[in-house]
Ligand binder design. Structure first.
Ligand code: URA
Length: 191
């Protein structure tokens, strides 16, 4: 895909997401949050959905969980702007409740398109909702920290940074898992 095609595809998808009314979340959102970054590193990260700060700014992971994500990325020398960061649902569920099946269903084609356009070699799923998008039957505690091949990519499930903020045991596990990402990016190059 030429860089012109790439930009126009991304811009058009972003505008569609920003004006989406497919589920009721559009009624309570301030701003939809399509995602940010470039996947230049070959890495994409998928969270759950925007929270209060993300809904206000229209950008993913800008609150406390985002600060932790930034710290973990800097520990492994990956620039945030070189990884594409998005969410399973692009609009904030009221009071940060879990996304409903209908909301997940209406929003998932956007994620599918983003994956096609950015074509990352490694996808890190942050938390159980993005894990379920790829592997509905798996639980996060049983597969986190393991690389799983799917459609020529590596899916790497980890705990959600918000869970790590609540529990120091999860924080240490998340940190250890993050430190495996650089070698996954290298090994995926050889395929
Ligand atoms: N949590 C998420 O899952 N996504 C965000 O964008 C922010 C917090």
């Amino acid at each position: 895909m030429s860089s012109k095609d790439f930009s126009s595809k991304i811009h058009s998808l972003d505008s569609t997401i920003k004006s989406c009314t497919l589920c009721d979340l559009h009624k309570t959102r301030t701003l939809a949050v399509p995602g940010s970054g470039s996947a230049l590193s070959g890495l994409m990260m998928i969270g759950e959905g925007p929270g209060l700060n993300e809904d206000r700014d229209g950008l993913p992971f800008v609150g406390r969980a985002g600060k932790l994500l930034d710290k973990l990325l800097s520990e492994i020398s990956i620039n945030r702007k070189d990884t594409f960061i998005s969410n399973i649902v692009k609009c904030r569920p009221p009071n940060n409740r879990d996304p409903l099946p209908k909301e997940l269903e209406s929003c998932s084609p956007y994620l599918e398109k983003q994956i096609k356009i950015f074509n990352p070699r490694v996808i890190v799923t942050l938390g159980r909702f993005s894990l379920s998008y790829f592997f509905p039957k798996e639980t996060i505690s049983s597969v986190r920290g393991q690389q799983i091949e799917l459609d020529g990519r590596i899916i790497f499930p980890v705990y959600h940074p918000a869970a790590a903020l609540r529990n120091t045991k999860f924080a240490q596990i998340l940190r250890n898992d993050f430190h495996k990402i650089p070698s996954l990016l290298v090994s995926s190059l050889r395929k």
